[in-house]
Design a protein. Sequence first.
Length: 377
Amino acid sequence: MFTRRSLLLGTASAAIVAAAGCSSTRNTSNTTSGSASAGGGAGSLIGVAMPTKSLERWNRDGSHLEDLLKTAGYQVSLQYADNKQDQQNNQLQNMINDGAKVLVIASIDGTALGPVLSQAAAKGVKIIAYDRLINGSQNVDYYATFDNYKVGQMQGQFILDNLGKFKNSDGSINLEPFAGSPDDNNAKFFFAGAWDLINPKVTDGTIKVPSGKAPKTDADWTSIGITSWLSSTAQSEMQNRLNSFYAGGKKVNIVLSPNDSLALGIEQALDAAGYKVGTDWPLITGQDADLANTKNMLAGKQAMTVWKDTRKLGDQVAKMVDQILKGTTVDVNDTKTYNNGTKVVPTYLLPPEVVTYDSVKSVLVGSGFYTASQLGL
Ligand code: BGC
């Protein structure tokens, strides 16, 4: 049985892949900038490694953190890695060579950073795992994230709360589950949080999964994982399931999508298959409150998203960087849960929040995450 506790022990036994060589050229869209000013450690170089520019949230995360750190007087090297861990390892290597004092890393494959982190540690560089835990290395000093299991629970609970509204005329309910990228440590938490709530209803027959792609246990989640969280892969997977298992007028009523990039592809496949809002459009979950998905929520195409105010994550991490360099106590609020296989990493956990059609305006516009005009409101 795959419990929350066993999940939290992480994937430490997974192989640690050697870091690739250190001769990368910088991506020109990345920046190294900032100037020294006040405060302990002022002027120090901070490396910020983000996974990809292709997904909206990481652009927001990167630029927010860069702004905060520059304002605090640090130099910042912000790099994006095109979802390739080798590329990110090269970037980290360069940051270490350039004298970075702290590396903030949103990894791609959280099991494949060991060698580059050893080099960082040998030079006294401190490591903060950002959003995604880095597994199998002693050299992860802190972790800051949202409660990832809770994200999945919120999606699962939302589905259970709305079962009565999304069903066929004979009362049957067809659900299709999706999971995130198999190399992302967060993805198994999202899936387990949701599946621990939904699976009992699949087992007792209340919910059917016509494609048969219903993992028997949480541990089987990678069988439905979408590599690199690509919308296009989710779209073709949904198209295949609709073509193969929903012939003859059978309808899908609910889609468990772990995040917005997958939800977007799934929504495109449903559009192409002729599903219509107000008649047979299914309940679709998501995460991140990406702009396109927020607009889709307003258009009735996505029932909810789990919003993580990434500005707060950036604020927290900038504070932790400052505390590390000033030698003061570093804020954490969880010193038990996140075992990366070699140690329990001191963590700062932030709470996620459900957003629906009804709360887009009050929560996302009210907090300044979006302006009303960005959303056409
Ligand atoms: C993040 C999600 C994001 C996904 C794809 C996860 O690690 O926690 O917010 O949707 O990666 O980028």
